[in-house]
Design a protein around this ligand. Structure first.
Ligand SMILES: [Mg+2]
Length: 314
């Protein structure tokens, strides 16, 4: 391994936070306006403000930096301490974090969510790519710590599965960047193989069978064509409109798998899915930042992202 655990973690955090912040800017305007910006590869002027995806990832990174492993009690405390209602948390997460901050116990509160099933929202997956980067040299520890990172907020098995899937994808992306990049379907199959049985794993297996070849469609105005393969994938897999791990993680990792060598290309594809685009871009970005070396996070995009707290980022 040519880069330390912490260096990898920070590399992924940069990819995650730039994806989060850029994706959030693509919520504004009509569908036609957003599509035109995607087709035209038009990024807005900075600063791009990051959201809850990055806010929670900062806590995951803090615990790994300070303790070298995930301790759910400390992670719950960090989530609660950093909670900022202005960062776009979902209603369920906001209520949970407010209760944790007031002294509640995550062991009681997290399993009680959603009528006693626990949450399978995509929040467990959106924050976890840096953990996979940290454990890229130990896949068993990656799986175990990703599960632990889910529990303070996402107690449903699909919530844990979403976290495991993204963390494993990040670990494998780092390894791929060190050697030979795998074919997209093989990458997704390898990720799925580490994920417990259930809807997230089935979604990853379905994603591996969605075509990765370009699917060019003519543009009505201005001539040329646009590759719509990612839009087709989003139709099949979902792109986070239900804000669940099941309908977010397979598509985000499909986009990552298709462009392991090219961070901007991965994010443009992810944006084309519309859906929960700060989170889909946070997931794809946190993964591909680890495999894309020559075409990693563009310096101009890093400069446009709202700065991370001091000492964070690569
Ligand atoms: Mg968000």
């Amino acid at each position: 391994m040519s880069e330390s655990r912490l260096a990898r973690l920070h590399r992924s955090l940069d990819g995650l936070s730039v994806g989060d912040a850029l994706g959030e800017t693509f919520f504004f305007g009509s569908v036609q306006e957003v599509l035109a910006r995607i087709v035209g590869r038009a990024t807005p002027p900075g600063p791009w403000t990051w959201t809850d995806d990055t806010q929670m990832a900062l806590s995951v990174c803090e615990i790994l930096e300070r303790r070298g492993r995930i301790d759910p009690d400390h992670l719950a405390q960090a989530f609660a301490r950093r909670f900022d209602p202005m960062r776009g948390y979902g209603d369920g997460a906001a209520a949970l974090l407010a209760e944790l901050r007031a002294g509640g116990d995550w062991r009681e509160l997290a399993p009680a969510m959603f009528g006693g099933t626990g949450s399978f929202g995509n929040g467990s997956a959106m924050r976890v790519a840096p953990l996979g980067a940290f454990y890229a040299d130990d896949l068993a520890a990656c799986v175990e710590n990703a599960s632990l990172s889910s529990r303070p907020t996402h107690a449903h098995p699909e919530g844990e599965a979403g976290a495991v899937a993204v963390a494993v994808a990040a670990a494998l992306a780092w390894r791929a960047g060190e050697g030979t990049l795998p074919a997209p379907a093989a990458f997704l199959a390898e990720v799925a193989g580490q994920v417990p049985p259930g809807a997230v794993r089935e979604g990853l297996e379905r994603a591996a069978a969605v075509p990765f070849d370009p699917d060019p469609a003519p543009l009505a105005a201005g001539g040329g064509s646009q590759d719509l393969a990612a839009a087709r994938a989003a139709e099949i897999l979902g792109a986070g409109n239900q804000v669940s791990c099941q309908d977010t993680v397979p598509f985000a990792l499909w986009c990552a798998a298709r462009h392991l060598e090219d961070y901007p290309a991965a994010l443009w594809d992810t944006l084309l899915g519309f859906g929960d685009r700060d989170t889909t871009c946070a997931i794809a970005g946190g993964v591909v930042a680890l495999s894309a070396r020559a075409r990693g996070v563009p310096p101009a995009w890093l400069a446009a992202r709202e700065p991370l707290p001091a000492g964070r980022g690569a």
